[in-house]
Design a binder for this molecule. Structure first.
Ligand SMILES: Nc1ncnc2c1ncn2[C@@H]1O[C@H](COP(=O)(O)OP(=O)(O)OP(=O)(O)O)[C@@H](O)[C@H]1O
Length: 270
């Protein structure tokens, strides 16, 4: 087992995952640097969610390694992985899963209260994050009384409130209108940058990917150097080798090569 480079907060090598016998990741390797905003792009079904679930310790790969800060995640038992996820990682889903009975600030404060922070301190911190995300005036409202974009901001605040090392954001703006999408994304990336939080962002949208520092492209579960992504308003490319989602010049990477580790460019054809 070879230890990962020191400056990578996350590092994965030659990940193989199948779902019901069908390959979802085939030899994917990558490193994520501390404080970086990394977009994982590719058409629907290309393996983005599966990769984020492996990197965050939710899913163990059938083959391959995942390291977080030089600690092997793929060898951890379920209890230790669960603690790692709770203490060091945040997760944002495409749809905001909020507790309907709780107010906005209570939803945001929940992870702090689960860590035994005091009610008063949790409330103050939650309110600060709501204000940073421009929804301070929603603090006392329950999710049903809020717009989708406001609910998604609450989910983002909830992911940020514990100041995790890494936030995994799986298509975090997928259900939003274009204007909301850009605003919510900028809010997330600005907050992450100003607090040194690493973000791994899955998206099939070129405009979203353009906000990242670097892009890793997937196609049919493999790393590729380029993939055509639709921008807003353009129809989404179908998965699995379809026209409009073409990998460049056969350079799909099978894991271990330096090129595969390297700086995959994404052709952002908006
Ligand atoms: N729980 C599951 N059971 C069976 N197949 C699955 C499961 N999850 C994903 N898959 C399949 O694995 C492949 C990769 O899926 P994944 O969700 O990782 O891709 P994705 O790029 O995130 O797609 P999307 O943008 O649609 O979420 C797809 O073919 C998908 O149908």
């Amino acid at each position: 087992m070879v230890a990962p480079p020191d400056n990578d907060v996350l590092w994965a090598r030659a990940l193989h995952v199948t779902h019901n016998g069908s390959p979802a990741l085939t030899g994917v390797s990558l490193g994520v640097r501390e404080g970086e905003i990394l977009a994982v792009t590719g058409p629907r079904g290309s393996g983005k969610t599966t990769l984020l679930r492996c990197l965050s310790g939710q899913l163990l790969p059938e083959q391959g390694e995942v390291w977080f800060n030089s600690t092997p995640v793929h060898n951890m038992g379920p209890v230790v992985r669960e603690r790692l996820r709770r203490d060091r990682f945040g997760w944002i889903d495409p749809e905001p899963h909020l507790v309907p009975e709780l107010t906005a600030w209570e939803n945001v404060a929940l992870p702090l209260m689960l860590r035994d922070a005091s009610h008063r301190a949790s409330k103050t911190t939650a309110q600060e994050w709501l204000e940073r995300l421009d929804i301070g005036d929603c603090a006392r409202k329950r999710p049903h009384a809020l717009l989708q974009a406001q609910r998604q901001r609450i989910a983002i605040a909830r992911a940020l409130v514990t100041m995790p090392s890494v936030i995994f954001a799986d298509e975090p703006t997928a259900p939003l209108h274009r204007a909301d999408r850009a605003h919510v994304l900028r809010t997330l990336t600005t907050a992450a940058r100003s607090h040194g939080i690493t973000v791994v962002l899955a998206t099939h949208d070129a405009e979203v990917a353009a906000l990242a520092d670097r892009t890793v492209a997937l196609l049919d579960g493999r790393r590729v150097n380029t993939v055509h992504l639709p921008g807003a308003g353009e129809p989404t490319a179908p998965a699995a080798g379809a026209a409009g989602a073409a990998a460049s010049s056969g350079s799909a990477s099978d894991g271990d090569s330096d090129e595969a580790e390297g700086r995959a460019a994404c052709s952002l054809s908006v």
